[in-house]
Design a binder for this molecule. Structure first.
Ligand code: CA
Length: 186
């Protein structure tokens, strides 16, 4: 016989990884996640967010490459615009933008955005604020969906996301000074 009341869906049974790596408890019309140490219950207890800080790598080419100078959470590393492609030791590749896995981790399938837990809408990630060492020696400018780093003269933006001092190409001889010097000698 059909119940007059809405029958309960067991989310824990239907979506076994919904609380991963936490434990899912089904309730009538709802569910809640109990999260392990270093994970935070977010989204009103609907998911567990990984709060562990670990190595973040700018590039991933079969293995993690170009380790950044600061440890980040997986979310900080993988979700910001142009930050990381790999995380942790041993190395875990970040999910590819546009995939469900990316959406699950970041809240949005588009890099540079996260879901505002209050409104449920995508909001820009302020990479300049979220990642302490980003754009070291330069000026970090947050942009909607991205950020940019302006390096002072003599510095260039490197693949570790910092402004690196360039070696002076050569010390140019101040010809005018030499000319005056020879004039003085003659
Ligand atoms: Ca941004």
């Amino acid at each position: 016989m059909l119940s007059f009341y809405t029958s309960d869906i067991d989310e824990c049974l239907n979506l076994p990884t919904i609380c991963s790596p936490g434990v899912c408890y089904n309730t009538i019309g709802n569910y809640t996640c109990v999260c392990p140490v270093d994970y935070m219950q977010v989204n009103g207890g609907k998911t567990c967010m990984d709060m562990r800080s670990s190595f973040c790598y700018k590039d991933f080419n079969g293995t993690c490459e170009n380790e950044l100078a600061v440890n980040l959470t997986k979310k900080q590393c993988c979700c910001g615009y142009g930050i990381g492609k790999g995380w942790n030791k041993p190395c875990e590749p970040c999910p590819a933008p546009g995939t469900d896995a990316f959406g699950e981790l970041c809240g949005s399938k588009v890099p540079g955005f996260e879901i505002d837990i209050k409104t449920g809408r995508p909001v820009d990630i302020d990479e300049c604020n979220a990642i302490p060492t980003i754009c070291t020696n330069g000026l970090c400018i947050n942009q909607i969906g991205s950020f940019r780093c302006e390096c002072p003269i003599g510095f260039s933006y490197n693949n570790l996301l910092i402004c690196e001092g360039e070696f002076l190409h050569e010390i140019q001889t101040p010809f005018s000074c030499l000319f005056i010097f020879f004039l003085a000698l003659s």
